[in-house]
Design a protein. Structure first.
Length: 314
């Protein structure tokens, strides 16, 4: 039998591949990136790993909780905080909530751990279908683990019904990494920024990662990101000013870097955990949930992998 081909090596794609492999399927994972992780992205900035994609994850599902406990016992993940703040016109109000988890080695390291033992190949996929096929090569089934617009771009017109279900345009996000010479802001873990046209969230990456580095990571509003997608570097200045205003920082950062996420996060929600065509081509990811988040992406990929394994039984 031809392999199941998973396109996309973020956490949903790797979860789908693991679920299929555990049920005896032969799986090949294809990803265009040099490293795994998708939007659970980490990059080295000024010699230090910084989380530039997802900010943290929470746990409510028992199955995902067992995976997280394995990461915790091996030192790959750590409970970060259950209290963030809301910043509104400079006032900081505590906002208790669920425990947020982080990773000392960056969230990407968790996806890389989950992918150990899988057949992962780095290549750019241009076309899926019909058949199913991936770039003309036959597959027993195909998983597209990616935002809706990217999946639609790959899918052959033969999958029109599936394409029609993928209507979430996703919202853009710019992620600013800013490093100071020393810590000069209130002792907060992270702040939701209310009413600001430029930024919506700021994370203390030094607290999040546990090394105390004077580094903040801010996420823009979708509207601001849309205005600067063609020239993201030009957004660094306004975003740094917004961060300083939100946390009352008097000094300018020593360095800044902006990462562009054209498809940063889903704009809506869904009740179904994945989409699957009769031809065994499916789509999974954090858009298939009532509240997009890391856990939802993992559960979506796992559910699609299990559904395909059932359909592929001889």
């Amino acid at each position: 039998m031809e392999p199941v081909v998973v396109v996309g090596a973020g956490i949903s794609g790797i979860a789908a591949a693991r679920a299929l492999t555990s049920r005896g399927a032969r799986v090949v994972v294809l990803d265009r990136g040099h490293r795994l992780g998708g939007r659970m992205a980490s990059r080295r900035v000024d010699g230090r790993v910084v989380d530039t994609g997802a900010s943290y994850f929470t746990v409510s599902d028992d199955g995902f909780g067992k995976v997280v406990e394995g990461w915790r016992t091996r030192g790959l993940a750590r409970p970060w905080t259950d209290t963030l703040v809301v910043s509104h016109e400079g006032d900081l109000e505590p906002k208790p909530g669920p425990v947020r988890w982080a990773a000392p080695g960056g969230l990407r390291s968790l996806v890389e751990d989950l992918a150990k033992g899988l057949d992962v190949r780095h290549t750019t996929v241009e076309h899926v279908g019909p058949g199913p096929e991936v770039d003309g090569l036959p597959a027993s089934a195909v998983v597209l683990a990616m935002p809706d617009p990217q999946a639609v771009r790959l899918l052959d017109p033969a999958y029109e019904d599936l394409r029609q279900t993928l209507h979430d345009p996703f919202e853009p996000v710019l992620a600013l990494t800013a490093r100071w010479a020393e810590r000069s802001w209130p002792d907060v873990q992270g702040a939701f920024v209310a009413g600001d046209p430029v930024i919506s969230w700021v994370a203390d990456d030094g607290r999040r990662r546990g090394d105390g580095a004077p580094v903040l990571v801010a996420h823009s509003t979708p509207e601001f990101a849309a205005e600067h997608l063609d020239a993201p570097d030009e957004a660094a200045g306004p975003m740094a000013v917004a961060v300083r205003d939100a946390l009352g920082i008097e000094t300018e950062p020593e360095s800044t870097h902006v990462h562009r996420w054209t498809f940063g996060k889903p704009s809506g929600s869904r009740e179904e955990p994945f989409a699957l065509d009769d031809a065994l081509v499916g789509v999974c990811g954090d858009a298939f949930s009532d509240r997009p988040r890391v856990e939802a992406a993992y559960l979506s990929g796992t559910a699609l992998g299990e559904a395909l394994a059932d359909r592929l039984k001889p």
